[in-house]
Design a protein around this ligand. Sequence first.
Ligand code: PAF
Length: 260
Amino acid sequence: MMNIVTEVSAWRTIRKTLSHKSIGFVPTMGHVHEGHLSLCRRSHVENDVTVVSVFVNPTQFNQASDFDAYPRTVETDQAALREARVDYLILPEVKDMYPDAYQVQVVETALSESLEGKCRPGHFNGMLTVVMKLLNLVQPARAYFGKKDYQQYLLVRKVAQALLMDVTIVGCETVRADDGLALSSRNARLTPKARERASQWARLLKSGQSPAWITTQLIDLGFEVEYIADQWGRRLGAVWLDDVRLIDNVPLEMVSRGEQ
Ligand code: PAF
């Protein structure tokens, strides 16, 4: 049975009853897809109890319109999470997550400055602040993050270590659609035509060609390219297709093998 908890105070009471259990935690912003469910299933195997949060975090969005347009699908999310044998679903409210009106922030000053951080000023401050709050609330043994958001995964791991938090940050492989596109809640906003074109993005990123060549190809196909860069042993990139921003990355060994 999956318990749904909306009050932070109620969760704190429940948490006290779980002190002898290992907890696996999967933080999400909802619109649950197979990528999230694979994290939940892994948590289920590795822990006594699996906790998922769904919280569309306003402080990590650069535009209010993007926050407003973020898909919210509470009913179907609950059904999918139940199916994945999640034990607790936490649905906190903004006022409970930000009693300080976001006057207190978690800021990392090196890794967060490049790539995503450069393109989305303030995004990582918002993300890190909410993730550290959630980790404090849930106090898991392990927390699971998809490697699709590779820079996010590296930052969460670094900051949790820096803050001496007793948690293992587990990075999990990206789950892809049959045509190679990385699963993301934002894919739901692609028109059918754009969704078809989006598969070229995944194909080109791992094509083994140079970032400059890939950029030219993508522009010809109608993408706007924010960056394609090789860092941290990965090839990472961000593009816009119509009004939707897509990010992805692949290991550099895969690029050098020119895998299709
Ligand atoms: O990756 C996400 O969905 C979000 O950035 C996260 C980790 C749930 C924090 O809001």
